[in-house]
Design a binder for this molecule. Structure first.
Ligand SMILES: NC(=O)c1ccc[n+]([C@@H]2O[C@H](COP(=O)([O-])OP(=O)(O)OC[C@H]3O[C@@H](n4cnc5c(N)ncnc54)[C@H](O)[C@@H]3O)[C@@H](O)[C@H]2O)c1
Length: 321
């Protein structure tokens, strides 16, 4: 008798991001079953058909179909990607009210379904919406995460890889805080080929002209806007990131990834009731076990600024709870 569980992932929203996330999950064969939900069911059905048409050439069979909210009750992971289409020149927080209008009925249907898996918020502004989703669904804190600065961290590693010509996976470290303009890189956490990256740059004067820590941080922060300006939106980077989270959770890998999660009095961070990204252990039970980063005083100040930004936007939607 087979004793392994069948896994089910539900993707809500089948626009650019939802389609790319679904595709990444299917191409990697991460789940037994993938269910797509869209307010226009025809679009979800079309995407399911399109993705399923490559089955013959994939490494692992994934059962793909469109579905509805009843499918959420037996889901292991639900990923919410529905939201107002990102508009050039507007930041992620600008679309908050429209985003809340879109996700509120979804979160209610998810709660009513009895879902007890891991909810991954991707829609922006992701930190504010993750907090809202946690409150609105009543799920335990470990089971609600936002993709947060996992993408920004990957962007930072990609940029360092491009600058040095080495594999980005050589970099260890994090972008933390808000997935937005106040995000920052605590350079005290970033190491490269066995030493702090700041030391690596200092040890190689003249080898990387024009490269600075500030420059890398700004390029990381601006990268999403730059992609949006060039191709109208971002989708593949976030898709790889979210499917990485799915793999870590479903396969119980216990990777440490900075995702947006409830910060409520942990270690020296001194924050409560706010969702921000810090590196946290991810596994089949969700997000547990923070790392104490021992931020410098300046980094801590920047972390508190992120909390202020996110909290002030949560206050704007508190009456929607
Ligand atoms: N967290 C991240 O790092 C990250 C990265 C990229 C995009 N995003 C966010 O992902 C979201 C989707 O972006 P996209 O480029 O796929 O946009 P898109 O316009 O291509 O897709 C939006 C999706 O939302 C659905 N939708 C829109 N209005 C709806 C409504 N009233 N009810 C139900 N569904 C509705 C649409 O049907 C579509 O499936 C946005 O919030 C965007 O900011 C997040």
């Amino acid at each position: 008798m087979v004793t392994t569980n069948r896994s089910r992932v539900v993707v809500v929203g089948t626009g650019q991001v939802g389609s790319a996330v679904a595709s990444s999950i299917v191409l990697q064969g991460l789940t037994n079953e993938l269910v797509l939900i869209n307010h226009n069911p025809g679009k979800a059905r079309g995407l399911a058909m399109d993705l399923a048409d490559g089955s013959e050439f994939l490494g692992r069979f994934v059962s793909i179909r469109h579905g509805d909210w009843d499918d959420c009750s037996q889901a292991d992971i639900i990923i919410i990607t529905a939201g107002p289409r990102p508009v050039e020149g507007r930041n992620r927080l600008d679309g908050l009210m429209a985003a809340v209008d879109i996700v509120t009925p979804m979160l209610d249907r998810i709660r009513e379904s009895g879902f007890d898996g891991i909810l991954i918020m991707v829609s922006n502004p992701v930190d504010v919406l993750s907090w809202y989703a946690w409150k609105r669904t009543g799920l335990p804190r470990a089971q609600v995460i936002g993709s947060g600065t996992a993408l920004d961290t990957s962007r930072m590693k990609t940029i360092i890889g491009e600058v040095t010509g080495l594999d980005p996976r050589t970099v260890s470290g994090y972008v933390i805080g808000e997935h937005g303009d106040s995000q920052f890189i605590p350079w005290s956490t970033v190491s490269f080929v066995g030493k702090p990256f700041a030391r690596f740059l200092a040890d190689n004067p003249g080898r990387y002209p024009g490269v600075s820590l500030n420059g890398i941080e700004n390029a990381t922060r601006r990268r999403g806007d730059e992609i949006k300006n060039r191709r109208g939106g971002t989708s593949y980077g976030i898709a790889s990131t979210v499917s990485g989270l799915v793999k870590t959770i479903l396969w119980d890998e216990r990777r440490v990834i900075p995702v947006s999660t409830l910060i409520d009095g942990e270690y020296e961070y001194g924050e409560r009731d706010v969702f921000l990204s810090l590196p946290i252990g991810l596994d089949g039970n969700g997000a547990n076990e923070f790392t104490d980063l021992h931020l410098t005083a300046e980094e801590m100040e920047r972390f508190h600024h992120c909390a202020e930004v996110v909290r002030s936007h949560c206050a704007l939607i508190a009456d929607r709870l």
